[in-house]
Design a protein around this ligand. Structure first.
Ligand code: HPA
Ligand code: ZN
Length: 344
């Protein structure tokens, strides 16, 4: 029996169906889960001056024209995070939402340089993250690991120094990543940081082909050893690259609502998801910075399913891709994939 009953059972609503699928979230910046209510509460608790004085004012700043206009708000907002408890609260709030969305595995980006430059050291944020992740595993069974991202608007030397500084704190970190402003910041500057991280046993991923050209995807694969590409939607501009991604089964962590919010595409109907699927690429659906972009992973899946009238079998395939593309051990992947097949 390969066809599951709910795949065709229309009495199960689309959001219920999406929620029922065991899935992994692989492209999620924990700082991008900071909801306005928590942001304002932490600003008061920590006596941090913000450019906004109420939840409504924070929300009204969420009107972006490109990646940089978002990053300006994102870095300003995360300045409220100071103590291990703040980081734990942030992480717990995300993991609770992920569990409610049927996420069984989360590989979670964080931006250490953005915290260290405000005087919060690795022990501070790592303690908070780890406590929340351990609690969520105990209470809900969700497993999670961190992806240490280096900021591409800073230098290669700074990235390497960050990896060196992180070395005593890598418990719970599965990979290195590359994020922040992509335009004019190609991956090649970060070769040394990625090489050192890989020597330390970390896996590698990189944002590429969100606003930057397809050559940044090729650079991330060839120069950084990236095993997944975060976003990657601009790969479609290079047919040889598409053939390579298909042949090598390189996963893309696609974030549809993010791409609309940051105007990578004009509307969701213009999103290249159907073309990426038609090219037989390993596509996964993720939320990126859900507090800022209007939806968590379930919302992203429901939105693309409705916009493109996706068959429920395609949603099952997207969930299966997310498990396959994760950094879980193979035997654990098989358990989640079997659960996906066996849903009632
Ligand atoms: N792209 C690049 N850097 C980021 C993003 C993103 O979508 N979100 C947080 N940092
Ligand atoms: Zn991202």
């Amino acid at each position: 029996m390969t066809e599951s009953r709910t795949a065709t059972d229309e009495s199960v609503t689309l959001p219920e169906f999406v929620r029922s699928l065991p899935k992994a979230e692989l492209h999620l910046h924990v700082e991008g889960t900071l909801e306005p209510e928590l942001l304002v509460r932490l600003a008061e608790r920590n006596d941090v001056d913000l450019p906004w004085s109420s939840v409504d004012e924070v929300r009204s700043a969420y009107d972006f024209v490109d990646l940089q206009s978002f990053l300006d708000v994102y870095y300003a907002g995360m300045a409220v995070l100071r103590t291990p408890d703040d980081y734990a609260e942030l992480m717990t709030a995300y993991l609770d939402r992920a569990v409610a969305d049927g996420v069984v595995r989360a590989e979670i980006f964080f931006d250490p340089q953005a915290h260290v430059e405000r005087g919060v050291g690795f022990p501070g944020f790592m303690e908070g993250f780890r406590a929340a992740m351990a609690d969520a595993r105990r209470v809900h069974g969700i497993t999670s690991e961190l992806v240490l991202c280096v900021l591409r608007h800073l230098s290669g030397e700074d990235a390497l120094a960050t990896v060196e500084a992180a070395e005593p704190h890598l418990d719970g970190v599965v990979a290195i990543g590359l994020d922040s402003a992509e335009v004019d910041n190609p991956p090649e500057r970060f070769v040394d940081a990625f090489a050192r991280a890989r020597e330390l046993g970390l896996r590698a991923v990189a944002h590429a082909g969100e606003e930057g050209p397809p050559s940044f995807i090729t650079g991330a694969l060839d120069e950084l050893g990236a095993e997944r590409i975060d976003h990657g939607v601009r790969c479609l501009e290079d047919t040889d690259l598409v053939a390579r991604l298909r042949r090598d089964r390189v996963p893309l962590t696609v974030c549809p609502l993010s791409n609309v919010a940051l105007r990578v595409v004009d509307t969701l109907a213009d999103h290249p998801l159907p073309r990426l699927l038609a090219e037989d690429l390993v596509v996964t659906i993720n939320s990126d910075d859900p507090s800022y972009f209007g939806g968590y992973v379930g919302d992203n899946l429901v939105a693309v399913a409705e916009t493109f009238d996706l068959d429920r079998d395609v949603l099952v395939e997207l969930a299966a891709n997310s498990i396959t593309a994760s950094f879980l051990e193979d035997d654990v992947k098989q358990i989640h994939l079997a659960d996906l097949d066996a849903r009632p």
